[in-house]
Design a protein around this ligand. Structure first.
Ligand SMILES: Cc1ncc(C[n+]2csc(CCOP(=O)(O)OP(=O)(O)O)c2C)c(N)n1
Ligand SMILES: [Mg+2]
Length: 597
């Protein structure tokens, strides 16, 4: 058999360095899959998911946890459309992902044929950087080369669509004649550093500041040493956007932790009081958590110029790689000696950890969800990777989890989609099979799709060098994050028709499919449960019966929100008034001056 378009395709992806693809089969891609079988899954592994959206989440997470291109593949029509949410996750978090989709045969396209969807139009927004449908064999070489190069170089999603009959055609190199394209492989990221003059302008602003606040995001994940050196030089405090949580360890005295609705009090205080803001690699969206315009002088560093001066009008905008730019900036910065500002931040951070401990230890019915994460932190094994779903557990991930140096963590940040934690944790484990991986997931997100994806864990875990993979389910029979949004943002009572979800024995489902299940409804058993889960001889679902009446509140709440919240206590909420009042007391006390919890 001569080499087909499919055979050429996998060889080309292999030459680009692709070693794993996440996907699900269908007749729209059978030509490609047959070719992958011939090519050899020992060279490019095919990871079979339960749903194509999960394949796209895994591709996004692969990119996040390795820095490499993530690749996912789906059949025509419904397979391709299933990819979309996962691709938007990658798009919004600036991850390089290539989506491959099948299409009907070329002669049928435009014929309202079965499973025929206008895929170019469908992918156009999410994969706008490069989306192409192949129509002839000599075109495939440059389509692959461009789709990969653009995805990596621009950190964007790209998409390639292959009509199924084309996949089995004989491969042809582009002939040497007019009207053909002759591309090649290879990409090296450039060293991107601002001009000296601009670094000097930035240094002048930072040197003049007396109260410097640093905000680090996902773009600063590779700049830990540089961030610490700059923060010390400037005697600054450092807050982290959600995707930048692992940029600097949480056990440093002047790290104020997360910022924003899921953030901390010391981050809020620092931003409200600083006179200078240094933002690095962050697109953190909520400007109200940053200094008021005019309050602080701003310097921003970002590799993507379109992210500069987007959330706060900066005085100096530096386009550059975060680590390289910070390194170039450091010698221009004077060592600050006044310790007042930093001392204040460190005290705020110390007090805050006490507040969090008290909140976590607060009695709840039956288990306080904050305590689940609080108990995990000291038991996190070195080099652990933690993922979180969207839901109230993202609050505890952001605030209570203490990541140490060498750990990683991520979630669906920009898109904040439910259903990402388990696929993220699976991709993390394939990328780093020797590292312990922990997914934090709400019960709603389990029911949505994470539960089915446990079957993927059951299928593959024996291939992993260590079996340490834990999915922690917060079973509160509620779509709790949104329940609290209804109460606080709208001033409405909990709408039971939309919010209450069925009780499902997640730990028993795990056992049914050959994983280990642990169930906890007593807070004092959490510590042992985590220890057992993290040393188990197989992946574990740790199901905790948590209290939906513990509010996942922002670090401060506004007077207006407080008014809505308290008036809501008088309106007919299905939860008992006393429980809500207890919760309210916890929230309100944390915003009253002079109170710890
Ligand atoms: C795909 C998707 N649908 C809906 C939402 C809105 N949403 C955000 S959090 C949440 C509730 C999640 O419930 P659960 O997983 O049980 O976690 P909990 O908040 O109860 O801890 C919902 C519905 C979303 N972010 N993503
Ligand atoms: Mg829930």
């Amino acid at each position: 058999m001569s080499k087909t378009v499919g055979d050429f395709f996998w060889q080309r992806l292999y030459d680009w360095g692709v070693r794993r693809v996440f996907g699900y089969p269908g007749d729209g891609i059978n030509g490609l899959l047959g070719a992958l079988n011939r090519f050899g899954t020992e060279k490019i592994a095919f990871i079979q998911v339960r749903h194509e959206e999960m394949a796209a989440f895994m591709a996004s997470a692969h990119a996040k946890f390795t820095g490499e291109l993530g690749v996912c593949i789906a059949t025509s029509g419904p397979g391709a459309s299933h990819l979309i949410t996962g691709l938007y996750d990658a798009r919004l978090d600036h991850q390089p992902v290539l989506a491959i989709a099948g299409q009907q045969a070329r002669a049928a396209i435009g014929g309202h044929y079965q499973q025929e969807v206008d895929l170019q139009a469908m992918f156009k927004d999410v994969a706008g950087a490069f989306v192409q449908q192949a129509s002839t064999p000599p075109q495939v070489r440059h389509l692959v080369d461009r789709a990969v190069r653009i995805a990596i170089a621009e950190r964007r999603v790209t998409a390639l669509i292959f009509p199924n009959d084309l996949q089995d055609e004989a491969h042809e190199e582009p002939p040497r004649k007019h009207g053909t394209v002759h591309s090649g492989i290879g990409y090296s990221a450039p060293r991107v550093v601002p001009y000296e003059a601009d670094l000097h302008r930035a240094a002048a602003v930072l040197n003049a500041g007396k109260r410097v606040a640093i905000l680090a995001g996902a773009g600063a994940l590779g700049a830990t040493d540089e961030l610490m050196a700059i923060a010390d030089r400037l005697q600054a405090g450092l807050a982290k956007a959600l995707l930048g949580k692992a940029a600097v360890p949480d056990d440093i005295q002047w790290v104020t932790g997360s910022i924003g609705l899921l953030g901390t009090r010391p981050s809020w205080d620092m931003m409200m009081e600083c006179d200078t803001l240094l933002m690095i690699g962050s697109g953190f969206p909520y400007s109200e958590f940053l200094p008021k315009e005019g309050q602080a002088r701003g310097v921003q560093i970002d590799i993507a110029p379109e992210m500069l001066s987007l959330r706060y009008p900066m005085e100096v905008n530096l386009t550059g790689d975060s680590a390289e730019t910070l390194r170039a900036l450091l010698p221009l910065l004077e060592q600050k000696t006044d310790r007042n500002w930093r001392d204040g931040i460190e005290k705020g951070v110390r007090d805050w950890w006490e507040v969090l401990e008290a909140r976590a230890m607060h009695a709840a019915s039956p288990v306080n969800p904050q305590r689940v994460v609080w108990e995990l932190s000291p038991r996190l094994p070195d080099r652990a990777i933690v993922t979180s779903d969207s839901g109230s557990c993202a609050n505890w991930y952001a605030r209570d989890l203490r990541l140490r140096r060498g750990m990683m963590g991520s979630l669906s940040g920009g898109l904040a989609s439910m259903g990402a934690a388990v696929p993220y944790a699976i991709a993390a484990k394939f990328a780093h099979p020797d590292r312990p991986v922990i997914a934090l997931v709400g019960d709603g997100a389990m029911q949505m799709n994470n539960m089915a994806e446990l079957i993927t864990v059951a299928k593959y875990w024996r291939q992993w060098t260590s079996p340490h993979w834990v999915c922690c389910v917060f079973n509160n029979e509620d779509l709790n994050q949104v329940t609290w949004e209804q109460r606080i943002q709208e001033g409405d009572p909990k709408f039971e028709a939309t919010q209450v979800i069925p009780d499902v024995p997640y730990h028993r489902f795990a056992e049914l499919i050959g994983l280990r299940g642990i169930f906890v409804d007593d807070p004092d058993k959490l510590a042992t449960a985590w220890e057992e889960a993290l040393s188990s001889d197989r992946p574990v679902v740790l199901e905790v019966k948590t209290d939906p009446n513990v509010p996942p509140m922002p670090p401060h709440i506004t007077l207006e929100q407080m008014k809505k919240f308290t008036s809501n206590l008088l309106s007919p909420d299905p939860e008992e008034g006393s429980v809500l009042l207890g919760a309210a007391r916890e929230v309100l006390s944390s915003v009253l001056p002079g109170r710890k919890h």
